[in-house]
Design a protein around this ligand. Structure first.
Ligand SMILES: O=C(O)c1ccccc1NCC(=O)[C@H](O)[C@H](O)COP(=O)(O)O
Length: 270
């Protein structure tokens, strides 16, 4: 593997080693035992769809490697409340400081401000991070197939189940999709962004979704910037959407969410 993803993963392994030396697994387990139970991330998405609504996972991040600074003054609690009011089914909170500008308590502040379940958006390379995610209050973890060996993917998926967390299994091509489908469960994310080159196109979802067996819940991720993308993805049967940049660059992220996903009569026939 080369490119930005490889650099991020190498840095992440070093970061995990430093954290583990500071806070052992036993400490994380003690925090988990004293904390609140998970909120049910997949269940919240399913409820939105049952009500005939798109299941929007609304993301917050200060910056990204592909776009640079997006929202330096991010207030996680205020944005979480705005997303909830606008009808989001769940939150996604970037927790990587080095590449995405996260602050240590962003996830905790966002979750405490609303009733929505939260995806910890980070680069999972070690089972330690699954326990850490649960200890910090996450309800779901992201497992990027491109970032993990076959054994690593199975191990981290099993760890997410053991800690009572939902898992969003992210793929970008047909091989990765095959690996994701071999797992016994999990939400399936199709990332429209190639994490090695940053090329982003919703055509990636439109192609890959054809190969997904019925019954797997699919979330289309990245590069959903306007109503035209939402309309095309909905027309292809997509019900799960993960959106970050379009909201982060808007003056009012909640208003942008409502505007992007509002049903208009002239578009409802497909
Ligand atoms: O967004 C990046 O530049 C990026 C680079 C390397 C690894 C991951 C990256 N982003 C994570 C994501 O996939 C997005 O945060 C997420 O899907 C939302 O995408 P968008 O709506 O385009 O902000």
């Amino acid at each position: 593997m080369n490119g930005v993803l490889a650099r991020i993963l190498a840095d992440k392994r070093a970061e995990v080693a430093r954290k583990r030396a500071r806070i052992g697994l036993a400490d994380l387990e003690a925090r988990i035992a004293g904390g609140a139970p998970p909120r049910g991330f997949a269940a919240s998405l399913a409820r939105a769809v049952e009500r005939g609504r798109p299941a929007v996972i609304a993301e917050m991040k200060r910056a990204s490697p592909s776009r640079g600074m997006l929202r330096s003054d991010l207030d996680p609690a205020a944005v979480a409340r705005a997303y909830e009011r606008a009808g989001a089914a769940a939150l996604s909170v970037l927790t990587d400081a080095g590449y995405f500008g996260a602050h240590a308590d962003d996830l905790a502040h966002a979750r405490a401000a609303c009733a929505l379940p939260v995806l910890r958006k980070d680069f999972m390379v070690d089972g330690y991070q699954i326990a850490e995610s649960r200890a910090m209050g996450a309800d779901c973890v992201l497992l990027i197939v491109a970032a993990l060996s076959p054994e690593g993917l199975e191990e981290l998926y099993a760890a997410s189940q053991a800690y009572g967390l939902d898992a969003l299994i992210e793929v970008h091509d047909a091989n990765e999709l095959e690996r994701a489908l071999a797992l016994p469960g999990g939400l399936l994310g199709i990332n429209n962004r190639d994490l090695r080159t940053f090329v982003t196109t919703i055509d990636r979802t439109l192609e890959l979704v054809e190969c997904v067996p019925p019954g797997r819940f699919v979330i289309t991720e990245s590069g959903i910037l306007g109503r035209d993308e939402v309309r095309r993805l909905k027309a292809a049967g997509l019900r799960g959407f993960l959106v970050g940049e379009a909201f982060m660059v808007a003056a009012d992220p909640g208003a942008r969410l409502a505007e992007l996903f509002e049903e208009r009569v002239d578009e409802s026939s497909g």
